[in-house]
Design a protein around this ligand. Sequence first.
Ligand code: ZN
Ligand code: ZN
Length: 350
Amino acid sequence: MTENMMANVYYSPGDLRFESIPIPKVNHGDILIKVEFSSVCASDVRVFKGEKKADTGTILGHEFVGKIAAIGEEVKGFSVGDRVTVYPVVFCGTCFYCQRGHQNMCLNRKTFGYDYNGAFAEYVLVSSELVKHGNVVKVPSSLPPEEAALTEPLGCSLNGVSILNLEIGESLLIIGAGPMGLMLLSVAKCSGAGKIFVSEIDEGRRRLAEEIGADILINPTQENLVERVMAETEDLGVDAAILTVGSVNAAKDALRTLRKEGRINFFAGFPLGSELTIDPNIIHYKMIHVTASQNAPLNIFKRALMMMAEGKIDLKPLITGKFKLKDVKAVIERRIKLEGLKPIIVNSMI
Ligand SMILES: [Zn+2]
Ligand SMILES: [Zn+2]
């Protein structure tokens, strides 16, 4: 007899159904996790909107934490009851990038929560391939589990700031104060950034950015972003900028706010078909370093978890509400309307 569980199953864009399906079967090397908390990522929203592909029948959700409910007899180092989270990049371990420790760039990369069923369900199975590669990571007991559910986006934020090689005291412009912009802000503060500028349209998000420690708040619909940054930096420009919104105009502005030899991280993805036209001389004569980041290598994912456990970074201010498992669709719809930041799904609350 198969036992069933409730899960949010993706059918097609806009069609996510809350249904009863069998609990996955645990084979020799697998780990079955009873999900405690999960969160909605911008990429889940993109799948729901049809901007990113997922197969019919997929269970989304890659930001989560839970307790091991069952383990295959070949699994070593884990026990039933251990609290764990999962590094969602499914990597091969042998390609050019994996050999350099850049698992997030793996040539054979797949993603947990899209290519493999994810965590918007009561239980999630981690297959032996991922268990062997070290994707399952134990959560320190000092960390509240709902915060541990945010390890993956925090890892992306650590990676996003690291790639800018920010020196202590250097200034940073963050464009967009959504969940990722605010996490990047927390990480930048922690990394010893100097003056931090945040450009954000929404007043509530600007206020939160100020509480977290932004120095200069800019509403780009009311003032000229480039002029304000120049005025605040003695006409030099900022040392670095990070773009958390996929807006071509914001990207152009961000490039213009940089000082000579400034660095920019294209952190956000852009809508399909976007084209960025800029005078390449802005990059050439100012010797701008253009870089980008997406996801994070496994070691940075683990570092993000430890930073929260050690109290270096507090993501509680970003948690906006707790919801039932059946509310995942409603939570995604709220995200589309830019309501809330990081709502937490309590998976045991059906
Ligand atoms: Zn995510
Ligand atoms: Zn690889």
